[in-house]
Design a protein. Structure first.
Length: 113
């Protein structure tokens, strides 16, 4: 189930999802949306680009001690307008491609440009 983020950040890295239908990428089920997020750590500036089902994210933090994952949670929360505690990295916490789950009613904001 949900475990606290290694960096102590309120976003969680989770092993599974309680609702089996929520496993569909880019779909909203019961207020939960999952997105594939390729992450570029140690970027010069933080930015993101998206097309509605995939969000590509550049973060300044290095991928050590969960710092890049915490930055991903914060950035996705800021983009969607939810608290960081409503964003979780479902899989890919140790890799560049992450599956992120967002608890948010009403779908996602417009794609980033």
């Amino acid at each position: 189930m949900a475990a606290p983020h290694p960096s102590g950040h309120s976003g969680a890295v989770v092993d599974d999802v309680s609702h089996p239908a929520a496993r569909c990428g880019g779909r909203t089920v019961s207020g939960r949306t999952r997105l594939t997020v390729p992450v570029h750590a140690r970027a010069r500036t933080e930015r993101f680009e998206g097309d509605g089902s995939t969000l590509e994210l550049w973060v300044r933090e290095p991928p050590a001690d969960g710092r890049a994952n915490a930055a991903v949670v914060r950035a996705v929360a800021r983009w969607t307008g939810v608290a960081p505690s409503r964003v979780a990295i479902v899989s890919g916490a140790a890799g560049r491609h992450k599956l992120v789950e967002i608890e948010r009613e009403g779908g996602l904001p417009p794609p980033a440009v």
